[in-house]
Design a protein around this ligand. Structure first.
Ligand code: URA
Length: 432
């Protein structure tokens, strides 16, 4: 097969056969295709899309590009969760320990930052000593011992996705329903859980900007999951503003800890608990969502969720004292407060640009091998719908030098619209 012909076929809007998709993914996995041809195909797919059959074939080819895990050594129902990516979206660090503290078996393979969105693995690596590179045998052992392991994608799990993910991050080819669906579902199918909860984001900070696109993505992923015999639930949630207040790796871990301590409420906590409730229902721990929410709240109040998080940190070589002493996290050298230059209501937040500001501060990657500044990021002091006066602090930025702080402040100031009218925020939950 001549791969250039396949690129041209897709570029012209043609349909790729199952054999052609297998050839593409084999070429990615075996490194027989050069990055420039892979990137060209990704761009052609991004622009011309794939139909459901092509997307399902791509997912299966990617899932089988490496090892498909058999988790039967871990007792109980294994429930996985995945978000399509957002800004200040730290739900995994809240829901994984909380559901594990209620008896669910959580073996979670997470990703690194993608485009303007953060990744759980980068966040966890801000905890001194934390090892995200667990082999599957060690992770399974850990789950049997303490009920939870959160780790990076192993080399042998959906390696084609790992390679494509890193290329998409830096080639403007992230925002594509079939590519996102195949990326997420290939990993979920290869990771071997019995059930999957998907958090599908839409809005200014999500890869899907509209509710209709989020619904289409959710439907595609749920259908792929069900066809593969997995119980699959998708929850649609808005990303019309950063979900939490903190953006950036260590800052997001700190916010998750505050929520697990019961010291912080708000949208991030509500979305995390909603997703956790669906996990508990699919996992047979709770009969219904309301019972699940009650149990989750109880384990925040009695500290069992936090204890489970500390146990996981300890098991993965990290320093659990970070939960009490935030100065143990990497510390930024510079900070800058962004103040409102006019008064009014915050009616719009270009959340993708807030994510880009965080990347500019050093919290995300501009090229494949960027070394992250795990202390860099943003704390938002205001949000959509709030009224502010001249001089009020909108946000605070943290980085290694003042140039980065100034550059990010400019992006953030432009990303926030302050008007005389009232805001119309999206509802916190779309549909299930
Ligand atoms: N998360 C993934 O794992 N892949 C994507 O393409 C987007 C979000």
């Amino acid at each position: 097969m001549n791969f250039t012909d396949l690129i041209i076929k897709k570029r012209n809007g043609g349909e790729l056969s199952s054999e052609e998709i297998d050839f593409f993914i084999k070429g990615v996995t075996e490194r027989s295709l050069p990055d420039y041809q892979i990137s060209a195909m990704l761009m052609a797919i991004c622009i011309k899309s794939l139909n459901y059959r092509e997307t399902a074939d791509l997912t299966m080819a990617m899932a089988h590009s490496g090892r498909v895990l058999d988790l039967s050594d871990i007792d109980g129902i294994k429930v996985d969760k995945h978000s399509t990516g957002g800004v200040a979206d730290t739900t995994t660090l809240i829901l994984a320990p909380l559901t594990a503290s209620l008896g669910l078996k959580v073996i979670k393979m997470s990703g690194r930052g993608l485009g303007h969105t953060g990744g759980t693995i980068d966040k966890l690596e801000s905890i001194p000593g934390f090892n995200t590179a667990l082999g599957i045998t060690r992770a399974a052992e850990q789950v049997n011992n303490i009920g939870i392991a959160v780790m990076g994608q192993t080399e042998d799990l959906a390696p084609a996705d790992k390679y494509l993910y890193a290329l998409r991050d830096v080639t403007g080819t992230v925002e594509s329903i079939p590519l996102i669906a195949a990326s997420i579902m290939s990993k979920k199918l290869a990771a071997g859980s019995d059930a999957i909860v998907l958090d599908v984001k839409y809005g200014s900070g999500a890869f899907m900007k509209t509710l209709e696109d989020a619904q289409a993505l959710a439907r595609t992923m749920v259908n792929i999951g069900l066809s593969a015999g997995k119980k699959t639930t998708a929850v649609i949630t808005p990303m019309d503003r950063p979900l939490g207040d903190n953006i950036g790796n260590s800052l997001e871990v700190i916010e998750a800890i505050e929520i697990l301590k019961g010291k912080k409420d708000g949208r991030l906590k509500r979305v995390a608990l909603e997703l956790a409730a669906h996990m508990l229902v699919l996992g047979g721990i709770a009969n219904d969502r309301d019972t699940a929410l009650y149990l989750l709240d109880k384990n925040i109040e009695n500290g069992k969720g936090l204890e489970k998080f500390e146990e996981m940190i300890n098991a993965q070589g990290g320093d659990p004292n970070v939960c009490e002493d935030y100065s143990l996290f990497p510390q930024p050298k510079c900070s800058l407060c962004i103040k409102a230059e006019k008064s009014g209501c915050i009616t719009e937040i270009n959340t993708t640009d807030i994510g880009r500001a965080s990347v500019a501060l050093g919290a995300g990657r501009l090229v494949k091998d960027t070394r992250l500044d795990l202390s860099a990021g943003i704390i938002m002091h205001t949000t959509l719908g709030e009224h502010i006066a001249v001089g009020d602090i909108i946000a605070e930025v943290f980085a290694a030098d003042s140039e980065k702080c100034t550059a990010a402040s400019d992006i953030i100031s432009k990303a926030i619209t302050i008007s005389d009218r009232e805001a119309e925020p999206l509802p916190l939950f779309g549909e299930v």
